[in-house]
Write a protein that binds this ligand. Sequence first.
Ligand SMILES: [Zn+2]
Length: 566
Amino acid sequence: MTRKISFLSLFAATSCLPLAAVAQAPRVTAPARPKLVVVIVIDQFRNEYLTRYAPFFGDGGFKWLMRNGANLSNAHYTYGTTYTGPGHALILSGSYGHTNGIIGNRWYNRATNRAESMFFDPNAKLLGVEAVPKDDDTSPRNFIGSNLSDQLLLSNNFKSKAIGVSLKDRAAIMLAGKLGKAYWYHEKAGGIISSSYYMTDLPAWVRQFNALKIPDSYFGKTWTKLLPEAAYSISRADDTPNELTTEVTGRTFPHLLTDKAGKPTATYYEGFTATPFATGYQLQLAQLAIENEQLGADEYPDILGISITPTDIAGHAFGPDSHEVQDIIVRLDGQLANFFSYLNRRFRNNEVVIAMTSDHGACPLPEYMQSLGIEAGRIKKKQISDAMEAAITARFGASNPDTKWVTTLEDPGVFLNQSLIAERKLDAAEVQRVAGEAAMKVKGMAAYYTRAQFLSGQLPPNRWASFFEKSFYPERSGDVLLQTKPFYFWGSWGERDEGSTHGSPYEYDTHVPLILAGRGIRPGNYATAADITDLAPTLAAVLGINAPAGNEGRTLHEILTTDERR
Ligand SMILES: [Zn+2]
């Protein structure tokens, strides 16, 4: 159980002053701080979902948080690559990729000549799974600077604790920071793992949790709709063309959770993450972390970051506006209500701060938009590279027989063959420009920005160029960054003809919830513009610690009570 010690009694116990003197010496010491900061990131969650699904929410979940917290209803990302990795890297650091180096979920590593996951670290091994992590995220090594978890641990010589949990590696890693501890799910384990970067072995409580085999217990179960059928009429038809038919859940309700092997395999364990059962599983893990790591139990504040994954997995497969996303979110509301009431039982009023946001929104299914007469589409990588290859060849001559001008594409970046450009003594800026112009002939492309423009500060003076500037880090970014028109995308989901994605600078991807509640926060609705980078410095103010090193955000002083505004 938590030890419940009031700040005054603690002071009296350790002070040599009589109590009366303490009472007469206000504000000499730091004001009481929260004991626990819980940061909830819902992966792929547009701000509009809070309105759209409100008729189906109970009183204890999202509505409880909005009623008791500061709801910043006009909070946005202001960059060009709204993906999970960069989003989570930003949420607790207050910095964009141009500062923290996390410019995408993957990029081409010119030193190893291969595209690598953002947090791939050859020196870190996964714990709790037999897997060769050639394409896994294994440590926060590539993140540059510090985040809020790091700053909190640095502020008191690691008396605080910082833990990140998620079904996704990169999400858990970036909530824990460089100095905290991250736990995530791996489909090859069907359970929770970590990395040798953080520890030598999984703690007993995680191994015990895994032994429960909770994902297995849903094998053969059916995911049915929570609400009466009529409630789903605010979503498009359940059986919409171009939704993804997954091996584990199929395409339409009712979703029988199965695996053609007849028993759970890695395919099943991966499919499980697209269901609402997986959100409950994650919140169980979060609760166990609080209890077993004694989070919020002493006078040193702790941080628990929870990134909820199934909203994103189902959002990709079935698309936003689907019955599945509606059902997961309405169920999540009830699951959060249980989690909040658990926090309320375990902690006293004002001992906890809860912050909620998302890493990005989502683009509608392009084919659905087309069916409504709205221009939308998927762009194939080959269309882009063929157009560029042809244009560069026409202008500068053929590449060598064993190479190409375009090395690889990792959206939004195109990586050109820099060594061939140097070998031929070409003007790199001009090659980039020719490549960018060629991409503009591909249907659905809107603009391009070149390495030379970023480095010389000669970007076009518009909003979108400034968004992409925040996503450019010279050692890691491509030579040309491409911006699509709204409702178009390319990359892994552009290569398929099913499912949808995110990653653009447009409203459907950038406008996400930002809600803070608890100790030091003044409840209310705030419609002033906020950037998601504002979250980290605001929480730093509540905790009375330095904001993260690369912070670019603003402390949202208007939502702080006078005590915290010192
Ligand atoms: Zn996603």
